[in-house]
Design a binder for this molecule. Structure first.
Ligand code: LMR
Length: 398
């Protein structure tokens, strides 16, 4: 039965996740995966999350099936987070939101919906992008291409090159966009560039699929969602994949949401029905626990305020580490462009480390980074930063 099976290696993030877990060296440090750890190097249990969890457990509700699309308060809260309080689209009834199995599940169901509607369409992802984007859309049957995105000279996004490439895509192509905190580079488009991109997508008949896995880690919850809001205001039809893994520090609970914006309520109802059917055929119903926690936090004024505060503190702590890391590395290697780490946003930075340097970092210094040079700044703290800087310095020197 299995004789003809081909090798099926995991993507580099999960390969290193497994290698890290199996590594017995006591000083090992994982900067390869996107997980935020606090000042003491621990994955935090957020205060609001702990309180919501207590309230949920105290209710001792029966563990029945959750609606395929998730509960209404959860879906409303997701939409409010994406589109902003009082946004016109919330009353227009054009947006369908379905709870998903993390951000990956949202991308997967969204890709399946698109595969039914636009079989044979091209999907364009940024070069570089999160390892799983290409795989998810390829598995859904699409041909995946890429558009230039990163400017290695400046450490920022190369919008002119991206724009020029999008202009050549055939109408009906699907374009995957990182709403904020670009993974893996940390290089985001400016507000002016988004303002230019949104009408361009509309004019060219391209289908936007926004991935927003790090809302709150860039500038703040509202500013990070601004690209989603611009698309909503433009009247376009588009897709959004939300993840609550990082913003609620609920990685293992797999809470996310897929939002599909249609032209009118009738179309919304149709596409929602299709998405529900595809969920039913994939995993039937979503999980309860994590989504209930997110729902409680987002719908309780005090818990929500406390969550926003703690999220802001996580963001500021990452920013402090960015500045320290960029300054120290730039001082030692002024020609390597390490200063960009300071202005990049979110949990990651593209450090410009070569594959050989990343391997040395891992093998000789017990610090895991992706061989593309992506480093998770969110796992650096005041206790390990000197060691990280020294290790990168040594790895660069060879
Ligand atoms: C990452 O990019 O490291 C995270 O989003 C974790 C993952 O699932 O790859």
């Amino acid at each position: 039965l299995f004789a003809g099976i081909q090798d099926a290696p995991l993507d580099p993030i999960m390969r290193l996740f497994e290698a890290f877990n199996a590594d017995t060296r006591p000083g090992k440090l994982n900067l390869a995966i996107g997980v935020y750890t606090d000042a003491d190097g621990k994955v935090p249990r957020l205060r609001a999350v702990q309180e919501a969890e207590k309230r949920w457990i105290d209710k001792a509700l029966p563990k029945t099936y959750r609606p395929i699309e998730g509960t209404k308060p959860f879906r409303d809260a997701v939409q409010e987070l994406l589109f902003g309080e009082g946004a016109k689209i919330l009353t227009e009834n054009r947006a369908a939101t379905l709870q998903s199995v993390g951000g990956t599940g949202a991308l997967k169901i969204g890709a399946d919906v698109l595969a039914k509607l636009k079989p044979g369409a091209t999907v364009a992802v940024s070069d570089p992008t999160w390892e799983n984007h290409r795989a998810l859309f390829t598995q859904a049957g699409f041909t995946v291409t890429d558009y230039p995105y990163f400017n290695a000279e400046t450490g920022g996004a190369d919008y002119p090159a991206m724009r020029a490439a999008l202009e050549t895509l055939p109408a009906g192509s699907i374009v995957v966009l990182h709403a904020c905190c670009h993974n893996p580079t940390g290089a985001d488009l400016t507000a002016e560039e988004w303002a230019d991109l949104v009408p361009l997508m509309q004019q060219r008949g391209l289908v936007p699929f926004l991935d927003i896995a790090y809302q709150g880690f860039g500038i703040d919850l509202d500013a990070d969602a601004e690209p989603v809001r611009l698309f909503a205001q433009s009247g376009q039809e588009f897709f959004v994949a939300s993840s609550f893994s990082k913003s609620f520090s609920l990685y293992g609970e797999r809470v996310g949401a897929l939002t599909i914006v249609a032209a009118d309520p009738a179309m919304r109802a149709k596409v929602e029905a299709l998405a529900k059917r595809l969920v039913r055929w994939s995993y039937s119903n979503p999980i309860t626990h994590g989504a209930a926690i997110v729902e409680i936090v987002l719908t309780d004024k005090a818990l929500r305020a406390d969550w926003e505060k703690e999220l802001g503190q996580m963001r500021e702590r990452i920013q402090e580490m960015r500045v320290r890391m960029a300054d120290s590395l730039h001082q030692r290697h002024p020609d390597r462009g390490f200063e960009a780490i300071k202005v990049q946003k979110g949990m990651f930075s593209y450090t410009g480390l070569t594959p050989d340097e990343a391997v040395r970092l891992r093998d000789q210094h017990e610090v895991y980074a992706l061989e593309t040079g992506r480093v998770c700044v969110a796992a650096i703290n005041t206790h390990n930063i000197d060691r990280v800087v020294d290790a990168i310095d040594a790895a660069v020197k060879g």
